[in-house]
Write a protein that binds this ligand. Sequence first.
Ligand code: FE
Ligand code: ZN
Ligand code: FE
Ligand code: FE
Length: 236
Amino acid sequence: MATTKTRSSAAKTGRAKKTSTRRAPVKKRATKASRLTNSQRKNSENKNTEKMSGSLLQEFFLEALKDIYGAEKALTKALPKMSKEATSAELKKAFTEHLAVTKKQIERLEQVFKKLGEKAKAKKCDAMAGLIEESESIMKETKDDTSTKDAALIIAAQKVEHYEIATYGGLVQLAKTLNKNDIAKILHVTLNEEKKADELLTKVAERGGVNEEASNEPAEEKTSLKDNIISIFSKK
Ligand code: FE
Ligand code: ZN
Ligand code: FE
Ligand code: FE
């Protein structure tokens, strides 16, 4: 009798266990499904309707996007000048190709503004304005048709690329923090392009022979202001 009782209770327990183990995965699946639905809903909010408001970080993110948008736009005006000033065919090509890449990056930023439900608005980027100004001084101060000018232009351009790498690297991280992974992905494409541009410039300088050729260019004899004045008068 006792055995039967034990057996039956064991059977009952077994049945109960079986039922609970059969139910458990169903419950788990349901939880997973509802969790997915939540995140999907959140995602679609991010993609379509969510405006850039809510946190100070979100506000800063938008301002930083306007800054780099302005920076890229300023670059589209500077790059053709740099290409024109370059002597090395390889360097000219690097600049004109990066101009095309930059135009695509501008479109990519417009895509990001659209995803945020914001108008694409450019802000003056003081850093880029300074870097471009510096490159213009370099173009004026170095001798035309020399590899020295090319070497100097490469460094000026690399300063620009490094600024962009820092900016896009930071923006990708902020986008991730703000749960905007689709935007992070878009910005990451640009980040990789800037890194590639930087590497190409190093290659042109080093393997392309620009730096080596520049090192063989003799400096011109320095003439003093006094000598210049004398030569002007002696010409008359
Ligand atoms: Fe760029
Ligand atoms: Zn900037
Ligand atoms: Fe800036
Ligand atoms: Fe760039």
